[in-house]
Design a protein around this ligand. Sequence first.
Ligand code: HEM
Length: 445
Amino acid sequence: MTDDQQESRPPPGAKGLPRIGETLAFLRDPGKFYLRKREQYGEVFASNVLGMRLVSLVGRGANRWIFAGEDKYLQNQWPKAIRRLLGAQSLSMISGEAHRGRRRLLAPHFSRAGLLGQVPAIAEVVTAHFDRWVQIPGETRAVAQYKAMAFEIAARYLFGDPGAVGLDLATLSQDFDTWVAGMFSPIAVRVPLTPFARAMSARKRLFAAFSQAVQQAASADLEGDDVMRTLLRVRDDNGQPLGNDVVVDELQLLMFAGHDTTVTSLTNLMVHLSLHKDVYTKVCNEQDALAGEPLTADTLRKMVYTEQVINESMRVIPPIGGAFRQMIRDTEFAGFTIPKGWSVSVNPGISHSDPEVWEDPEVFDPDRWGPDRAEHKKAPLAFIPFGGGPRICLGQHFAMFEMKVVLALLVRGYTWRLVPGQDLDYRMIPFPRPKSGLRVLLKQR
Ligand code: HEM
């Protein structure tokens, strides 16, 4: 065998237990799992997690290779449980020209310009939620509060007035939580009373509620800039509508993709501002200077330091720890052949702590985003909280608008304290947030 042939082998790695492979160790602590494997096998290694033969690739070169490979040598992939729970016709389940065409249809609505009108509506929901939150006597869990807030923001954005199409937010959010809880089940088998089985039942109810809302909207006047009515109005290149079932699948994907990600980001922002008083003071100064202006997209653009803080928070703790792709043909990367059918993962956390790009990457330092340092400009694909390539987050502008509005209204109107003595340890999967749910005392400022 020549040297070349010897090098071009599948990446090394273990298979783990039958059926579940190494899923349990991975779910317990993905960071430690990764470091242990890297020590054992090197930078490129295979494992067996969440029903996938998964190759870990890290670094900017790997990110570029993955994002450039869409439909050439790899395609999007979700773990089995998510595949069974998400709607089969949604954007994240389709590939190739179907995916590109759908993105073309949706992109204008999710662009910065398309979202300008959403800012006052977001601000209205956020104001109402903070008003209620501050009246709760004693401590509350920020995660629970942000979940309720973000759920209503998303519901208004997706459905306009949810009540007008027969949706009850309280029931919906309960089913939504049960549905999401099943997404990361190590085994996607419907064994009664397991989180996965409960999630499948919740899925049925959610889809029924969404279908009924879509039918009701479709049979009435389609005026409105909510996503549901927009999707019902759009026509593809052949002048065809999407179809109600596709609209339903898209709506549930958007709810899933946009909810816990934003909640996680908002929670971690609160942690960082609590731990870095100098940063908190600078955000307050910026917001106090802008407080006389109505909250519009124009005002959000002036929140330069606030945006640096949001970016830095997502750099240090990316709300999505990884994304998966499946190989559609044997392809070589870094001297290994990654076989067709195997999966590869994008790992934002590793890129976000690359010392070649980020000065003292372990330090929380929003000034690294300022014009004089602009470390993120040193290297493309070093900062990928929203992913990259053709599947870059469709909702990234909406998410940034939402995070800025929440942060602005939080620091302008309120102060808070972390409940002393709480354990600020993180659970990393499914979303990296403090295990405590972040116990805080919120007060009027
Ligand atoms: C801080 C908040 C958010 C973060 C960190 C985030 C992150 C991401 C990432 C990393 C991806 C790419 C996954 C991949 O490569 O497979 C993604 C995709 C996606 N996101 Fe977001 N997201 C956020 C908020 C939102 C919001 C608010 C929405 C909707 C309103 C949304 C809708 C989507 C959709 C539809 C996709 C799939 C795109 C496709 O497959 O073409 N996201 N998001």
